[in-house]
Design a protein around this ligand. Structure first.
Ligand code: SF4
Length: 730
């Protein structure tokens, strides 16, 4: 495919068209720019609040309202471009459905009354039932300064044992896999590597839909070979030189097969790797039980295609192995991540330009909570069970070490289980909508209705705020200050363009107000007036850690357009920070060597059978974001993608006697989607169907299986058995 053809195709596929160097929105009939008056009094420079690509943008403001968005031409990530969601992000701020006043039992009230209900309700539960009885579910949408403050408030101030975020639903397997391979979390590569590599393998990563502004990076290198591994013929697969339509849960077999070919054909210099990598002999012993034929049979990829991709990786001077939810959303997500890391380590594709294993994160600041938030680890990737880390953090805060938790507590799915069993009786949900996003919705609905106290803090009305005892109205993107970290560890500024509506407050202000009410503000946040105070402390606390922010200031971020950590104060690093990790091949494990791990695939728990003969895969579409809390309120995005659908292969459609546009019922062992429209398409293989998960109506998570990765606790969203039946149209 020529570069020009690929670019034009990408524009068409993303629902955008080229306007000079930038994308300009066109309506469905292609009639040209769609905009109301975009004249602005002034422009606020900020970072997109949707996905983790982290595009820089300018928000135009007139008379106190956000009236336009432009891509920031100087931002190193996107150079002025935006995707469809980014281009109308300003419309989200003033959309219908904003929460503007605190609510208790559905009735408007004052902040004092609402916060009183939260503190009195939680304190009573803690006194009567102990520190296990209240938990917090956070998000990847806050600014890092808010995550840092929230972690201190929850762990030290409120003394809660169980605090996790919805990041466990999307990126936990990547974080766990990095820890097992390299010793700590942290994506080793950067976006420039996608453009510099000779071979890019996008594994379970439909970037054209989910991370649109990464697609031009890949397509910008004419000599590059793009390999896409995905069960569906996604928009990204359509742009690839090679598409490997791997069988669901076939990734591990395929990776083992690629390693076998590399070893058989002498494409790995094992002896030189041993200096930096341990576990090689155990991996070789495990691979002795594999043949290319077995890998081909189990992955569904024919032997010649498997060999040819293995050779391309083995012979490449520079190769990037990038992945996202297609890998992470699996009961074996962590293990699959370690295998991708192992492939990069053994082929020497790490620590060099154009050569990296690279996780593409989901939410705009999922990275920020991983770094600072006290969720999977203590701030600065410090281990709960590491005595030196505990002593260091306690000294930095001037507290008794015994106040630090000794383990991470329950992860998200285990918090839900504990709510079901009534061990947890109070829950504080922040900027997430679990009723739509958590697998096996029926179980979650029961769990949330089982609570004595449910507090939900959000910017918009959602299905979850509708059942809350207390609702705290929060500011959204465009109304608050701080920083986000994107997938390539780049810390960028987020700015308030306009004031929040009514009595809504920034999450940061809510945390401080709650801390004052709880009686811990003076100790935890002495003299703090705004997020800049949290940032100053976080710089000090992160110093010397892998995610070192000590050399990052808000002024430096402005000057560089974003700074990649680590960036130690006084260190000789470029203005924009450190583009790549592990350039010295010294890793964060004891002894400094990385580790490779043998992995064996496990069969599907909920495999197709006569009652449920088809396999469901779930995912996203470019027009919407997560549970449509924001994008579902933006008219142009709703017109582009107004309702959910189910993709059915033509052969299955014929057997089911359904045609495109028919209504069907989709059922699994856990629940059903009563009426959903069919798209008959060879994008999905025979025997497999696909539903995007964004919609509350026709919610795919009524079907999905609540099975979780035993290491990361990430859900297995991608594979469960379903039945499709035609229903009469009403
Ligand atoms: Fe925002 Fe992601 Fe789109 Fe960039 S690619 S404009 S960060 S949603």
């Amino acid at each position: 495919m020529s570069l020009t053809r690929a670019r034009r195709g990408l524009g068409r596929l993303l629902g955008v068209d080229h306007g000079g160097d930038r994308y300009a929105f066109v309506d469905q009939a292609g009639r040209g720019p769609v905009s109301a008056s975009r004249a602005a009094d002034h422009w606020a420079r900020t970072t997109c609040g949707y996905c983790s690509v982290g595009c820089g943008m300018l928000v135009g403001v007139r008379d106190g309202r956000a009236v336009a968005v432009e891509g920031d031409p100087d931002h190193p990530v996107n150079r002025g471009r935006l995707c469809p969601k980014g281009l109308c992000e300003h419309q989200m701020i003033h959309a219908e459905g904003r929460l503007t006043q605190p609510l208790v039992c559905g009735r408007p009230t004052t902040w004092g009354d609402a916060l009183g209900h939260v503190t009195d309700g939680f304190k009573e539960l803690l006194e009567r039932h102990g520190p296990e009885s209240v938990a917090v579910l956070s998000t990847g949408q806050l600014v890092t300064e808010e995550f840092y403050a929230l972690g201190k408030l929850v762990r030290l101030g409120m003394g809660l044992r169980h605090y996790d975020g919805n990041t466990t639903l999307c990126m936990a397997s990547a974080a766990s896999g990095y820890k097992l391979s390299f010793g700590t979390d942290g994506p080793p590569g950067c976006y420039d590597d996608l453009a510099l590599a000779d071979v890019v393998v996008l594994w379970g990563a439909n970037v054209a839909d989910n991370h649109p502004l990464l697609a031009p990076r890949v397509l910008g290198n004419e000599g590059q070979t793009l390999v896409v591994v995905d069960p569906r013929v996604t928009k990204t697969a359509m742009l690839a030189d090679v598409h490997l339509p791997v069988r669901p849960r076939g990734d591990i077999a395929l990776l083992n097969g690629i390693l076998v070919v590399l070893l058989e054909e002498g494409l790995v210099d094992l002896e030189s790797r041993r200096a930096h990598v341990e576990g090689i002999d155990e991996l070789l012993a495990h691979l002795a039980g594999w043949t290319v034929g077995r890998a081909a049979a189990e992955s569904g990829i024919d032997v010649e295609a498997l060999r040819s991709v293995a050779r391309a990786i083995g012979r490449a001077e520079r190769c990037v192995l990038a992945w996202t939810m297609g890998v992470n959303h699996s009961v074996q997500g962590t293990e699959t991540v370690t295998l991708l890391n192992s492939l990069a380590l053994l082929t020497g594709n790490i620590g060099r330009p154009g050569a990296a294993p690279f996780s593409i994160t989901g939410q705009c600041n999922a990275m920020g909570t991983r770094e600072s938030g006290f969720t999977a680890s203590m701030p600065g990737y410090r281990g709960y069970d590491n005595p030196a880390h505990r002593a260091e953090l306690a000294a930095l805060w001037g507290i008794d070490e015994a106040r630090l938790p000794t383990d991470r507590g329950r992860a998200y799915p285990d918090i839900v289980n504990a709510v079901m069993s009534r061990k947890i009786k109070g829950l504080w949900v922040i900027a997430t909508n679990p009723l739509v996003s958590f697998p096996n919705r029926g179980t979650l609905e029961l769990a949330l209705r089982n609570l004595d106290v449910l507090v939900v803090q959000d910017g918009f009305e959602t299905p979850t705020t509708a059942i809350a005892d207390v609702v705290l109205p929060a500011a959204v993107w465009g109304e608050k200050e701080g920083t986000f970290t994107n997938s390539e560890r780049r810390v960028s500024r987020v700015r308030a363009a306009v004031a929040p509506p009514g009595e809504a407050r920034s999450d940061f202000d809510i945390f401080l107000a709650l801390a004052r009410r709880w009686g811990c503000a003076e100790e935890l946040f002495p003299g703090w007036a705004g997020p800049e105070d949290a940032f100053a402390e976080w710089r000090r606390v992160s110093a010397g850690r892998p995610c070192d922010y000590s050399g990052i200031t808000w002024e430096r971020i402005d000057a560089a357009g974003g700074v990649q950590w680590p960036c130690a104060e006084g260190a000789e690093v470029p203005l924009g920070g450190t583009p790549r990790l592990y350039t010295d091949l010294v890793f964060n494990r004891p002894g400094g060597r990385a580790a490779v791990h043998p992995v064996e695939p496990r069969p599907l728990r909920d495999a197709p059978r006569p009652e449920f003969p088809l396999l469901l895969n779930t995912g996203r579409t470019v027009e919407h974001w997560h549970t449509r809390t924001k994008t579902g309120r933006i008219p142009i995005l709703e017109r582009l993608a107004p309702e959910a659908w189910v993709e059915v292969n033509p052969a299955d459609a014929a057997a089911l006697h359904v045609k495109a546009g028919d209504w069907v019922r989709v059922s699994s062992a856990r629940g059903e989607v009563e009426r959903i429209r069919v798209r008959v398409t060879a994008i999905v293989r025979r025997g497999e169907v696909f539903i995007p998960f964004h919609w509350d109506e026709r919610c795919a998570n009524r079907l999905t299986d609540d099975e979780f990765d035993p290491i990361s606790r990430e859900p297995n969203y991608e594979q469960c058995a379903v039945r499709v039946e035609r229903v009469d149209a009403l």
